[in-house]
Design a protein around this ligand. Structure first.
Ligand code: GLN
Length: 473
């Protein structure tokens, strides 16, 4: 894995040691070398080369450049890019082409970033392994027999394999952080509302956020920073400034949840290295506060009730009329809807549409949907209190390392339960970042995750820096 940072790249571009087109060629070569891993569903090779030539001409002419010149990025196949295909890894959006560009992506393009291609993912971002895709599974970058993680699995592998500098993913319940952990890279998800969702194919609208994966914290954060800010096209986008004054003192208060560290599913190596990290932090003069969080076991159920409910509504628009796939078998308006959806959606998406429709049905609405909303409120209050009393919450990103491809195919509940540590940040709407922590005996990577108050991304970035330095020294 090449750990070149954007500032190194830009220095080389300025001094003439490197050209943007040379850089694009390098990444295209890497894409070819890693083809077996099934990272990209489409590579924009010609276009990226042309844009690189144009940028090289600009550099040569001494013209002013955007802050992201030299940043070559991949985009997850749920992010709209004008005149490019976007399918959410689903047959239902077969051959669908975007008519506009997502606001977040447009902000990066305006700063001279170049998109090299779109990456595989779980269908409609539903999954934890990148196996639920019409394009087949993406393989883990460290051990190709294992899953890449999900749903932004290929985004993580794209940076891990040095096929691009940064990757845009999305995180509804951990889809940026979990694959980052499974591939030994960094993944950051901002607060809900920090980045516009306009042009992002919806899964669970009150959870979804675009996030960034990379190997360098500085680059990941600056990408988040550039995409941030209000957008007229998304009423939930927020105006809170990024340069909040929530300073961090030299001694940091870390909150650690007892139930997390004593979880029965927690892998021994992850437990041990997390405990060691906490010990080092204390030795370095920081404070680690052990706290109780009895609501932990309700996180996954509440998350899956609410997100499937939102998904069942969001996915109602795929009717075979307005977008993508239309069944050949249909001979009436009703059968167009039915057959197109039957043929177009994969197994997991159908399961979630049914689950979501069930929890929203009149007889069960209060028992499931209303109840889950109450749990969300309680969890939010509880976590906010913890973050009032501490600088951040720290916990492993996952209970385990990446599993073998196919191993959990018959056990969707086990896959849902594996999201236990990541869904918290999305239920509450707070920012979170996963950074590499270590590897188990077989060399499979895992990560540690920090979360801070809503809209305190800058502080989170500083905290992650402290952790990274602690882990690496
Ligand atoms: N694994 C979770 C799910 O399947 C999270 C997915 C995501 O964040 N997009 O819903």
């Amino acid at each position: 894995m090449d750990k070149r940072s954007l500032s190194d790249i830009q220095a080389d571009l300025k001094s003439g040691n490197l050209t943007v087109s040379g850089l694009v060629d390098h990444y295209l070569e890497k894409i070819e070398e890693s083809a077996e891993l099934n990272i990209f569903v489409e590579v924009f090779a010609q276009e990226a080369k042309q844009q690189a030539d144009a940028l090289d001409a600009k550099i040569k002419a001494g013209k002013s450049l955007g802050t992201l010149y030299g940043a070559i990025i991949s985009i997850k196949d749920v992010i709209c890019y004008k005149d490019h295909k976007v399918t959410a890894a689903s047959k239902v959006l077969d051959n669908f082409e975007s008519k506009f560009t997502a606001t977040a992506l447009q902000r990066l393009l305006d700063e001279d970033a170049i998109v090299i291609g779109r990456t595989n993912c779980d269908e409609f971002a539903m999954g934890s392994s990148n196996e639920n895709s019409v394009y087949g599974a993406t393989k883990n970058g460290v051990d190709p027999e294992r899953v890449a993680g999900g749903s932004s699995g290929a985004a993580a592998v794209s940076v891990q394999q040095d096929t691009c500098l940064l990757a845009l993913g999305t995180d509804t319940g951990g889809s940026v952080r979990q694959p980052a952990a499974f591939n030994g890279v960094i993944g950051m998800k901002p607060s809900y509302g920090r980045i516009s969702r306009y042009g992002l194919i919806a899964y669970g609208s009150s959870f979804d956020q675009i996030g960034v994966l990379g190997t360098q914290l500085d680059d990941v954060y600056s990408c988040i920073e550039i995409m941030s800010g209000p957008d007229d096209m998304d009423a939930t986008s927020h105006t809170a400034p990024l340069d909040d004054t929530q300073s961090i003192s030299s001694t940091i208060q870390f909150a650690v949840i007892d139930e997390v560290m004593n979880h029965e599913k927690l892998h021994e190596s992850i437990k041990l290295s997390s405990a060691n990290l906490l010990k080092t932090l204390t030795t370095d003069g920081h404070t680690v506060n052990n706290i109780q969080f009895p609501l932990l076991k309700y996180l996954v159920p509440a998350y899956y009730v609410l997100t499937t409910a939102e998904a069942s509504s969001n996915l109602g628009r795929y009717d075979g009329i307005r977008y993508g796939h239309r069944s050949e078998k249909s001979n009436s308006i009703d059968s167009i809807f039915q057959e197109s959806r039957k043929e177009g959606f994969g197994h997991e998406v159908k399961r979630r549409i049914m689950l979501g429709t069930f929890v929203l049905s009149s007889g069960y609405y209060d028992a499931y949907y209303t109840k889950a909303q109450k749990v969300r409120r309680l969890v939010t209050e509880h976590i906010q209190k913890i973050l009032d009393e501490n600088d951040c919450l720290i916990m492993p990103t996952t209970t385990d390392v990446a599993w073998k491809i196919g191993a959990l195919n018959d056990d969707p509940v086990a896959v849902y339960l594996s999201d236990v540590y990541t869904v918290l940040a999305n239920l509450v709407g707070i920012p979170a970042v996963s950074i590499p922590l270590g590897k188990d005996d077989s060399g499979n990577p895992y990560g540690i995750q920090v979360m801070s108050k809503a809209f305190s991304e800058k502080k989170l970035y500083h905290l992650a820096n402290v952790l990274e330095n602690t882990i690496n020294h």
